[in-house]
Design a protein around this ligand. Structure first.
Ligand code: ZN
Length: 487
């Protein structure tokens, strides 16, 4: 009897876990409904680093598709062309497969209708004096209940010629055998792998089984990538294994003999928060809040800042943590002009599909980026795509702010069309206007929009000031301020 009760308890627990996991988590739990709770284990990974090249970032909405692509810009044009070809190729293939073919239907869609996402992130390494390695991580999110598609793309380049080097020309005889032996030994002896590796791993990890042909090189060794479900349960995600060069002596052509020194990260002084200039706001006069998402993107954001500065007004910038790190000077200028800088997440993921751990990790990374760059953490958050379901609301420790007027600037890319949306709104008092700080056309529209609003008698305020002066309250962490609030 006792035993039966236990069985029922376990069954109930398993079902409950399976159900909770489905909606909110990424599809790991859906694919493994019978697995008991998985403690958050971080697979051993080499430090994620973008050691070379300037970070380029491209966010593009083409509802129902959205692209969030980061890639390095190198000093060698030959290499850049190959990187761009690769990025455009990925985009093209994604659109080909998933875009809505009906033009009329496509025109009707807004940013909130984005439901297929292509993400690209990267690591870039110095391998040796004349070789670099770029590893791209592609993720396709195709829906709430579909497992994301994840792929690793590896490029090695000769920095003198700009030519791509293929892995086949780097490895020597005996490399596959040595890599296989090391990997089997590592995974069968170390946590958290040794009890999780799938049954017939010796066959899967045999030298000729195709797992060791592709690899990335950095200054320390050779990195192999094992896809989710390849040799471990999906809960471990993709597993990266670095084999130090010393374990593969004489098995590589022209690399790994002596690793070049890795540039030490400079010690930085703690950042002093930037003081906000004094401004006077009349709570009885009409006010409107301009907001710019997805930046900073220096050229366009600076042009917007020029327009704000010219008229002595402010806006709110919802910046991405990854770009705050890349372009600190632009963010500092936003603050110096008295603008509010909020978080738009670290890398623009669709939060409605993230797990609790993934949300927490994104929040932490963004806080760090802000703290290390401008000395303060963000207090307001605009969810990417405006996607903010109850689960997200519960787990974001910031005030969440969406908008009440969507200029559709990302779609029209036309200053006149943007102004037309604004003029058609009627009374704008208390409203929050959504724009994007990464398009030339949005910057151009701002130059017209600011004097227009001032002429109409509006004060330009930040979103926090709007809450304070229009509603007499401070924005509160964990609450969503959306369309109905900013009316
Ligand atoms: Zn955005």
């Amino acid at each position: 009897m006792k035993r039966r009760k236990w069985m029922i308890c376990l069954l109930v627990l398993a079902v409950a876990l399976g159900l909770c996991g489905c909606g909110q988590n990424n599809a790991v739990s859906a694919a493994e409904p019978l697995m008991l709770p998985v403690e958050p284990i971080r697979p051993v990974k080499t430090e994620r680093k973008q050691l070379i090249g300037e970070k380029e970032s491209m966010i593009e909405y083409a509802a129902p598709l959205a692209y969030v692509l980061a890639y390095p810009h190198m000093s060698n044009e030959e290499i850049n062309n190959q990187i761009l070809d690769f990025v455009q190729g990925l985009k093209g293939a994604f659109a080909e497969q998933y875009d809505v073919k009906d033009e009329k239907e496509k025109r009707r869609l807004t940013q909130k209708d984005c439901d297929k996402f292509l993400y690209l992130d990267y690591d870039s390494y110095v391998v040796s004096e004349d070789k670099v390695c770029i590893v791209f991580y592609e993720t396709q999110e195709l829906g709430q209940d579909v497992l994301p598609v994840e792929r690793v793309h590896i490029f090695h380049f000769d920095t003198n010629t700009g030519q791509r080097i293929v892995e086949k020309d780097i490895r020597k005889d005996g490399f596959l055998e040595a890599a296989s032996a090391y990997t089997i030994q590592y995974f069968t002896q170390n946590e958290p792998y040794k009890d999780r590796i799938f049954g017939d791993y010796k066959t899967t990890l045999a030298p000729d089984a195709g797992r060791f042909e592709r690899f990335a090189l950095n200054s320390e060794g050779v990195i192999f990538y094992f896809d989710r479900y390849d040799i471990f349960p999906g809960s471990l995600g993709r597993v990266d294994l670095l084999i130090p060069y010393s374990e593969l002596p004489g098995l590589l052509n022209g690399v790994g003999v002596e690793a070049p020194p890795v540039a030490e990260e400079e010690e930085t002084e703690p950042i002093q928060p930037i003081e906000k200039p004094e401004r006077e706001i009349d709570p009885d006069k009409p006010m409107v809040a301009l907001t710019f998402d997805d930046g900073p993107k220096p050229a366009q954001t600076e042009r917007i800042l020029d327009a704000l500065e010219k008229y002595g007004v402010v806006a709110t910038f919802f910046d991405l943590g990854s770009l705050v790190e890349a372009y600190p000077d632009t963010v500092k200028r936003e603050l110096e002009l008295g603008c509010e800088v909020g978080s738009h997440s670290y890398s623009h993921k669709n939060f409605n599909t993230l797990s609790e751990e993934a949300i927490a990790e994104d929040v932490k990374k963004t806080e760090e980026a802000f703290r290390n760059t401008i000395g303060v953490e963000p207090t307001v958050f605009r969810p990417p795509y405006g996607n903010c379901n109850d689960f997200v609301k519960e787990h974001i420790p910031l005030a969440m702010v969406t908008w009440s007027v969507d200029t559709l600037d990302w779609k029209s890319k036309d200053p006149d069309a943007i102004m037309k949306v604004i003029r058609s709104q009627g009374d704008l008092d208390g409203k929050v206007i959504l724009m994007h700080g990464i398009y030339e056309t949005s910057a151009e529209a701002t130059e017209e929009l600011v004097p227009y609003l001032l002429k109409q008698g509006y004060q330009l305020v930040t979103v926090s000031e709007m809450a304070q002066y229009k509603h007499g309250e401070q924005l509160e962490a964990g609450k969503l301020y959306g369309y109905s609030y900013f009316q």
